[in-house]
Ligand binder design. Sequence first.
Ligand code: NAP
Length: 293
Amino acid sequence: MTIIDGKKISTDIQDEIAAEVNVIKTQGGKIPHLAAVLVGNDGASETYVAAKVKACERVGFKSTLVRMPATITEAELLARLEELNADADIDGYIVQAPLPKQIDEYKVIEAIAPKKDVDGFHPQSVGRMALNLPTYLPATPFGIVQLLERYNIETSGKHCVVLGRSHIVGSPMSILMARNDKHANCTVTLCHSRTANLKEFTLKADILIVALGKTEFVTADMVKDGVVVVDVGITRVPSDKTKSGFKLLGDVKYDEVAAKASFITPVPGGVGPMTIASLLLNTLKACRKEVYN
Ligand code: NAP
């Protein structure tokens, strides 16, 4: 059994990006510039955005943090996004979710210029992904594809079962794994809360990607020997064994499922660290105008 080390792969990718930025600098090219819009001061969002800004610094990107009060109106936020769309120095930007309830998240996603949509959530980006056209892939699914690729995990002809159909993980994951692409070409089954006899599907999975948000949901009796398991779930649960008073649990009962798996991602240290690497890759792509001229 091989543990898929997402922390290492994320660091490798960030080192590769930093090396590319050095080349850009020596050639006098444009330094990639990512902006992050943070509305309000939700604690978790502050942490995520701070990590993204820090990652930009680490690889040599420029970053801009745009802070807006929680009381902002939808029109004011959309006007600010228009400015970001028009700012030639900013290659890509993200709007950190969740947004205050007076703001329609989909209006915001649609207001982001597709060429700057480095989160890959705009309908145009999703459509281009489905058509296998060059685009920005959403960070978490993109990170999972990178993990499978870098561990040389064979995907062609395999049965990939995805648990969960959210717009940010499960649905795009199912699209990516089914594409006619070197690192895809799976036969895909997408399961959700209305799936009857879920275990019948999980038992047939060669590759099982779990994005439910239900701690330790997948147990050893649900998987076959040799399965590749990607656990996307991250839930904070109280713990008296850690200094912080909590620990992180995935959607897979790790020890018992790992005993049957050929490859497995741990939680933490598996899929989680890949999200930032994907965002940086998308920003580099945007700066190089690889998707749109
Ligand atoms: P979500 O939007 O809550 O979606 C959960 C999905 O699971 C839904 O499609 C739901 O089905 C399905 N589901 C729930 N209970 C089920 C059951 N008993 N059987 C079958 N399907 C069931 O969650 P998400 O945003 O995709 O996130 C999932 C997990 O991944 C969370 O723990 C989250 O924290 C984590 N996550 C991690 C990263 C990262 O590592 N970077 C990024 C994103 C998310 P219905 O559609 O029918 O309701």
